[in-house]
Design a protein around this ligand. Sequence first.
Ligand code: NDP
Length: 458
Amino acid sequence: MYDFDLFVIGAGSGGVRASRMAAGYGARVGICEEYRVGGTCVIRGCVPKKLLVYASEFGEHFEDAAGFGWDVGERHFDWATLIANKDREIDRLNGLYLQTLRNAGVTLLNGRGRLKSPHEIEISGKDGNRTVTADKILIATGGWPTMPDIPGIEHAITSNEAFHLPRLPDRIAVVGGGYIALEFACIFHGLGSQVVQLYRGEQILRGFDRDVRNALADALRGKGLDLRVETNVTAIEKNGDALVLALTDGSNLEVDAVMFATGRAPNTRGLGLAEVGVALDDKGGVVVDEYSRSSVENIYAVGDVTDRIALTPVAIKEGAAVAATLFGDKPTRVDYRDVPSAVFSQPTVATVGLTEDEARAEYGDVDVYISRFRPMKYTLPGREERALMKLVVDRASDRVVGAHMVGPDAAEIIQGVAIALKCGATKAQFDATVAIHPSSAEEFVLMREPVPQQVAAQ
Ligand code: NDP
């Protein structure tokens, strides 16, 4: 008899969901965590990031208020207050997660887990080591930021440290052109830092729709963010309190801090996985089948540690699916089609389904609808920033196969559109939907004329 029916290593989004659902099905469940319960999303990711995004949006709100007749007076921003308030909220959420596990009857062990055999986990914590046994094991240890191996990289920070900087840097360089780089470049810019964003490729957000990528880059530059593409950092040197970055274009850039957001890698090191026969891919991610089962029959893995789609809601669905499969008598696979996501840059990007290029490759003939407009709330303040909305439609079936937006509330709007795509909605059904007026979202049901083919195909 094992100590547990299921033992989970890592109490983040995927691990917590799997453990409490498994317990709900009647399983005896244990979970270990070496840091704080909640994982990347709650402790050093989505949640604190979004709080910082809210903080950084106020600068523009105050500016725009004048256009509506408000006299906001002198403004002052205090980084220490923001960080302290953010930390208090994270403490509160951490407490809620602990309570959730307790209420579900899950046994939490503090410490780092390591497999000793396919059914034995050694947990080393402050109070020493102990070994527990389990029938099924779930690896849910998430991911960790990676940085290139360049001279002086020890002076750089990642998003982990950005949440705890002692003060707001006057000048910061952000390296990378993905989700995290864009979100933090905008946070620092909005809070008043002088930001240079450096991206090695020809356009930010590789993998996103090209109109979205161009629209976001234009909007960022329009706000005064110094976005430099085809530029990378080759070395970092400390010069007193400042850092001097050597750039690929031969120039030097002096800043007070440099943050690398150059990707995240699955957190599998030191877990003893390879030793017990769990196959890992070339990035160190656990190789799993469609039920999240690894190459070892009783060992499963969910979330970022599997290097599938690194998003919290996906990890949660994977965790729930494993619990249902193992203990709910309901083999469940996660459906990875039409997973929506948002980049909380300013303006926000949100997207679901295929990019125009992907849709052309998959369906051949597609119609593309684009709307670019100045959101109403920018008219009185005289803000020139424009929003972009784009629909990609498979001509043969009339199904909307991609929806993309850059602009205020994009995440809130695309979440609703994602339901329509999941239901296989056609363009005719979008057109038959009555608009909510006045809103930005209504543009998605008011786009009548496709972009002429030769323009669309450029
Ligand atoms: P991404 O993969 O999104 O972006 C990494 C960026 O770093 C890319 O622009 C990449 O360039 C660049 N890069 C990689 N290696 C180097 C290098 N050696 N030198 C210079 N640049 C480099 O990773 P993130 O770290 O931003 O985020 C990780 C994942 O976390 C995301 O993919 C996403 O799934 C998830 N996430 C989701 C969020 C959300 O939902 N809002 C928020 C934050 C993270 P290139 O394009 O050329 O490869």
